[in-house]
Design a protein around this ligand. Sequence first.
Ligand code: GLA
Ligand code: GLA
Length: 673
Amino acid sequence: MIYGVDYYPEHWPAERIDKDFRLMKEADINTVRLAEFTWSLVEPEENLYRFNWLDLVLEKAVKNGLSVVMCTPTAAPPKWLMDKHPEIYPIDEYGHVRGFGSRRHYCFNNGVFRDYSKSIVREFAKRYAGNENIIAWQLDNEFGCHDTARCYCPECSKSFSLWLEKKYGDISTFNEDLGMSFWGQHYPSFESVTLPVNTVCDNKREGMFAHNPGLFLEYCRFASDSVADYAKMQVDELRKAGVDVPITHNMMGNFHDIDYFDLAEELDFVSWDCYPNLAHGSFTSFRDVSYNHDKTRGYKNAKFWVMEQSSGQGGWNYMLPTPDPRQLRLWTYQSVSHGADGIVFFRWRPCLFGTEQYWHGILNHDGTPGKRYEIVKKTGGELKKISDIATGTGTRAQTCILYSFDNTWSHSYQKHSETFNYNTLLHTIHGSLTEMGINCDVTGIDSDLSAYRLVILPAYNIVSGEDVMKLEDYVENGGHVAITFRSGNRDGSNRINGLPLPGLFSKMCGIRVVDYDAAGKSIRKVATTSGVVDAYTWCDVIEEDTAVPTARYLDGFYKGSTAASSNAFGKGMVHYIGFGTDGTSYMKLLDGIAASALVDRPPVKNVPGAEIVERADGDDRFFFVLNHNSHQVMLRLDGLFKDVLSGKQAREVLELEAFDVAVLYLIREDGEI
Ligand code: GLA
Ligand code: GLA
């Protein structure tokens, strides 16, 4: 398996490389990722190329048996280029230029930039295609980071017009489909269509955004397509110049501006950058990290890499909390358990200058190996033992959550009630399942669903008739589906489809939603078969056709009405959850739903703050048990296991120290011979 580091030799004298490589090898590190921000070094003036320093790094990598992930350097366009072509700078929705001084200062649609990108990508490929130490290429770096996937420059405006014209053909269809008769917004031509820039009704601070919802959704799709198209251009250049190894890109967790399913189609494998412990403020718990691992795996329904695995505390203007060094090992196993067969740490050594001086690496600022190095080294040694498991087994999930970018974008604009957040809903439901030890795939509706016992569609609002037919077919053949409030009521133009709720899902669900309460923070009590729970954010008032009620409101103007239901449909069942609630309550609801769908529970019983992730190859089952608590835990075992890391057998009870990990091979389940 790949165990690597993001390495920036350009930040130190060349004499340091030998020492770095020696330390890497001693820690079982076998790969370095290079060069994603080096355009100004490699091409200091237009058409003047300086590859010698990078050649030297590669030569030394060969000598030391280190593999290389080579990056195209387009995430940092050089100053000479920006001075010559300031039209490359992205422009925000207020018309302000987003200028030089950090990174990613380019518009994906800018033709001049595309030409320059092609030429630098070609130069890199000409130089390094066929180099046998290069095992993969990474395109650019974190497309869209720092809010750069959406640009509002004149070039984007032109491209958006062409994109719409290609899709709609004539302007009257466009006006009609998106409902431009509202506030008299008819556009006379595609050229005149505006990007969703700031208008008199917008007030972002108060969460007000006033553009036509259909236009906004089309713009989100267009901006996402622009990135995928730019990526494809780079892939084509690399391939034309003879690159024949896999090509990837480092995606981000909790980032929604690019349809990663589309981007993944341009890539041979996907990777993402995993910063647990509040990096960028984006992750609040280890369950969020797991959710993002599962989601990343779902973009291609395949194994992936973590291209930047946190190796210490982060920080730009101030430092984020320092992780316990043992967490570096734990997080690595967490990534591996969810399907990463490449782990690359960000970064090897913290920089002495620049924006990220505070971003810690494996070494210390002074270049010495300390606690972080020791733990990375220990983990490297251990991973060799389980490398066959990491690469030879697959994740195993009988449950799947369906996610869509159209829905993310639509919900982000009109969030139904003050407290609704689509992605939080998905995180919460995923967290409830994994808390029960139920492993879960997160993927798109185009995936093959036939192997799942339970498919969950949280707030699946924009849905096509075709997709509903696919789901109906799945249930008729014995599948179980759970659907929540705010589903089935919009079409692909982001229009409300005007059907009785839950719209296209009505038949499957066997219910009518006759009213609703955008409850926000107000709490309504709901009686369920597992006790009384709080409902907030949203409450659907349900009347049953063929379904049976499974929960009832105890207050509100709809007291006594149905809040959730189940409907037998063909050989399967469709469950409808009409209200928003917290993770613990979703757990109660999903516990029963999963049981009726015959979803297996693992023979290792989870406890709070721990995680159990199954990997399997045929009948060989492995359970990664991850203790994210800063205290010891005891987990009940229903069977006889062997801990692959310690070599010891385990039965009845597994004791795990704070932040510790076990990889349990199931010898036999209790009750079996
Ligand atoms: C005002 C306007 C209406 C409508 C409502 C609701 O009263 O005159 O056109 O916009 O607010 O927002
Ligand atoms: C991202 C980037 C890296 C670095 C880290 C830390 O993941 O890809 O270049 O900036 O964040 O901020």
